[in-house]
Ligand binder design. Structure first.
Ligand code: FA5
Length: 341
């Protein structure tokens, strides 16, 4: 039994088998217990001898089983470590990094430039009230200028709408600003919405960046200098701008601003329809009604405002052929501008 038991222990090659062997040899119903039970049939001289042998064999089995168990556990651990080993020399999986959207790149560039000129960045709500989007901006109900910016109303009473321009942020800021403490120089970027039919240069949702400067003694020369600086920053040092008379209800006088054509440098080509100029934004001197509506003394304070289309700026700067590419989310289009960020 001793030899047989030792061989079984030696040959066990996993922990379960070893446990079965232990139960068979030394358990309550095991072989050794059977021998112990049969001792009652032995003579008084034989009993202690056999008892001693059985005890020795049981101790031997216990030691051997413990050793074997340790050996098997060690082997199991090694096998597991082998399986889970990390080969640090294997090439890694390439992780995919997204890129900034071109509109955001252009917005951030203009924002940073304006901040360097002392402007603060202020944002406003996209769901706006008729009051701020139109009335405060000197566009009363039934005013024909409302046709220029037909928008999406979000309630049946037409009290609330998706803002058609970033100009309402002017009104919101003017109302709050304390001019006895400091002049106001702010920009406001954001999404705007219009019921325009989508085509290569028009979208029902696009992005504007509003600018507003109010102080004493601000003139149109300040406006032109500022816009020239922004245009040169975005489009290059050799760009010229020109102001053409225009109309906005919230500015007087109002201007449309053109920059010299990129494609021909001002000589005239198909990009600029032979004019040498490309229209980039609207601007003007803030209408006194806009200041008075917001409780600002228009005798004392005045200034200029401008509103540019960020999508159009991006189209012009990067030669994008269709405004819809900005929102179709085709990664092949979007990641072309990775290096611009
Ligand atoms: C305005 O929205 C005025 N609030 C701008 C302004 C602000 C003037 C402050 C004076 C003082 P306008 O409707 O022209 O103006 O729009 C401004 C710019 O938004 C345009 O020059 C153009 O670049 C862009 N834009 C207008 N409609 C669309 C459209 N459907 N899709 C893409 N860009 C557009």
């Amino acid at each position: 039994l001793k030899d047989q038991g030792l061989t079984q222990i030696k040959e066990a090659n996993d922990l379960d088998t070893l446990n079965n062997i232990r139960v068979n040899l030394t358990g309550k119903k095991g072989e050794l217990t059977k021998v112990l039970r049969s001792m009652k049939d032995l003579s008084n001289e034989e009993r202690p001898k056999v008892g001693q042998v059985v005890n020795e064999v049981r101790d031997l089995f216990a030691t051997e089983i413990d050793n074997k168990k340790e050996q098997l556990q060690q082997a199991e651990l090694e096998a597991q470590m082998q399986k889970e080993a990390i080969d640090v020399t294997l090439p890694g999986k390439e992780s995919y990094l997204g890129s900034h959207h071109l509109i955001n790149i252009v917005r951030q560039d203009i924002e940073e430039f304006c901040v360097s000129l002392g402007y603060q960045v202020i944002t406003g709500p996209e769901v706006e009230s008729d009051h701020y989007n139109f009335e405060m901006m000197n566009i009363p109900k039934n005013h024909p200028a409302r046709d220029m910016q037909d928008t999406f109303y979000v309630d049946a009473t037409h009290e609330h709408l998706m803002r058609s321009q970033t100009s309402p942020v002017q009104a919101r800021t003017l109302e709050k600003h304390d001019f006895s403490k400091s002049p106001l120089k702010m920009i406001s970027p954001g999404k705007v919405y219009r019921r325009d039919d989508d085509d290569a240069t028009h979208s029902h949702q696009f992005n504007q960046l509003e600018g507003l400067v109010i102080d004493e003694n601000i003139t149109m020369a300040h406006l032109k200098g500022t816009l020239q600086a922004i245009a040169q920053h975005v489009f290059g040092e050799d760009r010229e701008i020109r102001l053409r008379p225009s109309y906005f209800p919230f500015t007087e006088p109002s201007v449309e601003v053109d920059v010299t054509c990129f494609a021909c440098g001002g000589k005239g080509c198909s990009t600029c329809k032979s004019t040498g100029w490309i229209e980039v934004l609207g601007a003007g001197m803030v209408h006194p009604n806009v200041l008075e509506n917001a409780g600002v003394d228009s005798q004392k304070y005045g200034g200029f405002a401008f509103g540019l289309g960020l999508d159009r700026f991006a189209i012009l700067k990067y030669g994008v052929s269709d405004i819809r590419d900005f929102y179709l989310n085709d990664v092949r289009f979007l990641e072309q501008f990775r290096q611009e960020a």
